[in-house]
Write a protein that binds this ligand. Structure first.
Ligand code: NAD
Length: 486
């Protein structure tokens, strides 16, 4: 099922890199080499952009509801191919089966939502102070969109960008992630089967510093939509600013998300949500709960509930497992080193901190909880993107809000309390794109705008209707319908 060699998907065909060079993709479950992957070049990127530029104009002139019909067919195919696609996701990321399958379902849900947006492609009509003037706004396509995604939810990551981009009348060239190369090809095949005209979706394999950099530097690319780390996002924004012709840059970046547990919270419920937030997908989620901020009065009891809940997690990638491996050996080594270094600075390991030996050579790490960590320490400030979370003790609500905001990120955050004043204060004062009350730190749906503030993003939101603002330009139209009267 999973191919031994993975090529680009350009103009509805699988093709090799122009140099014939490749790199290896390994499986996180057992460290075996899954496939060799085409190592793309600038020439390959140009080929994909050529195809996209040729196809974009006619597609952009189709009525939006007609474009939406392709997404409707893609939704049906996603559901029909759930097993095949979940197998690819699982081979590439190692995530437990239920999470891989859920990703296919949520991608289909997004296609359905975006299809319906084709019938609601609203602009506005405005008044004019001048007689005989009609003023309105229209959404117009941008042309060629570059889509660059992270590895953690490979299919949903592509779907979040490609469905709204296509609905808005653009062609997409995706930079396929090094760690999830075949998902982008299988997605291309599915779109072709759904009737998407040739050239409107391509995926180029290769390294970020090579094909990613070539893609965003091409002046024909009118919008760069990036989801990934803050560091790469900043590099991309700088690179696009240096181009002869500017492009819109949408950045959806990382998080260091707090989950606040007040002294009136249901501690068992809060512990359940804290564990799910910290450890699902091995903590490799932008919205993962990596900072657990707990009132002093309930700290010991919450810690106990948290440990008990963590102990129920099943580590592995099977049908009943909860917590899979991290994406690569490098990532596992980095996480183990980070925990060790934190311990050498005084952190205490409440649980975990080690590789799961029984699952080696798979890249499984024990769910890890640290305490006695300073808020300025790098484990408190850097996004670790692994199954590591920290416990912090605070005396009251004011201190909790201050600590929640004491981060360069601002993606999501949760509060557990039954006090409505605390709830409203947290919603108002915690600076982030998403606030969850008595729930986990994650929570997005196809109809919900998602994104962050500070180093978590540059103001755009995906998906929801708001995603259309990433992939469209607003055009204001002024019609003087009695030109004789100036
Ligand atoms: P990353 O930034 O390392 O890589 C993301 C993509 O960028 C990869 O495809 C990579 O090849 C490419 N890239 C790297 N350098 C590039 C360059 N110079 N030019 C163009 N492309 C380049 O991120 P990752 O490790 O793949 O993913 C994890 C990150 O993604 C975390 O920070 C996580 O929080 C974030 N994330 C954010 C969201 C969100 O919605 N905000 C969702 C999921 C993941």
């Amino acid at each position: 099922m999973y191919p031994q060699h993975i090529r680009h998907w350009i103009a509805d065909a699988e093709i090799d890199a122009s140099t014939g060079e490749t790199f290896e993709k390994r499986c996180p479950i057992d460290d075996r080499v899954l496939a060799t992957v085409a190592r793309g070049t600038t020439q390959d990127v140009e080929r994909a952009i050529d195809a996209a530029s040729k196809a974009a104009d006619a597609w952009g002139r189709l009525p939006a509801p007609r474009r939406g019909e392709v997404l409707g067919r893609a939704a049906a195919l996603l559901r029909a191919r759930e097993r095949e696609l979940a197998e690819i996701i699982q081979a590439e990321t190692g995530k437990p089966w239920k999470n891989a399958a859920a990703e296919v379902g949520s991608s289909a849900d997004l296609a359905v939502f975006m299809e319906s947006e084709g019938s609601r492609f609203y602009g506005r009509t405005m008044t004019s102070p001048i007689p005989n003037r009609a003023v309105r706004t229209l959404r117009t396509p941008i042309g060629v969109c570059a889509a660059i995604m992270p590895f953690n939810s490979p299919l949903a990551g592509i779907a979040w960008k490609v469905f709204p981009a296509l609905l808005c009348g653009n062609a997409v060239v995706a930079k396929s992630h090094e760690q999830t190369p075949y998902t982008a090809v299988a997605f291309g095949r599915l779109l072709a089967d759904a009737g998407l005209p040739t050239g409107l979706y391509s995926a180029v394999q290769g390294l970020g510093s090579e094909v990613g950099a070539a893609l965003i530097s091409d002046n024909r690319v009118g919008v760069v939509s990036f989801t990934g780390s803050a560091q790469t996002g900043k590099t991309i924004q700088q690179a696009v600013s240096a181009r002869a012709i500017l492009a819109k840059v949408c950045l959806e970046l990382g998080g260091k998300n707090p989950l606040v547990v007040c002294d009136d919270a249901d501690l068992a419920v809060a512990a359940q949500h804290a564990v799910a937030s910290a450890f699902i997908d091995a903590g490799q989620r932008c919205a993962s709960g990596s900072r657990l901020i707990v009132f002093d009065r309930v700290y010991d009891r919450f810690r106990e509930a948290l440990l008990a809940q963590t102990a129920t997690l099943r580590i592995g990638s099977g049908p009943d497992d909860d917590c899979g491996p991290v994406i690569s050996r490098e990532s596992l080594d980095r996480l183990l080193r980070t925990v060790n270094d934190a311990v050498s600075r005084g952190a205490h390991v409440v649980c975990g901190g080690q590789r799961v030996e029984r699952l080696a050579p798979g890249y499984y790490m024990e769910p890890t909880i640290l305490e006695n960590v300073d808020a300025t320490d790098e484990v408190s400030q850097l996004e670790l993107f692994g199954p590591v979370t920290c416990l912090y003790r605070v005396t009251d609500f004011e201190e909790a809000v201050a600590l929640a905001n004491f981060t360069g990120f601002g993606l999501t955050g949760a509060i557990h309390t039954v006090n409505t004043h605390r709830i409203e204060e947290f919603i108002a004062r915690y600076r982030a794109g998403l606030v969850s009350v008595n729930g986990p730190t994650y929570g997005a749906g196809p109809h919900m705008p998602f994104g962050g503030v500070k180093n978590s993003g540059n103001g755009f939101r995906e998906p929801g209707t708001e995603a259309l603002d990433v992939y469209c330009e607003w055009k204001t139209v002024v019609v003087n319908h009695d030109p004789a009267r100036v």
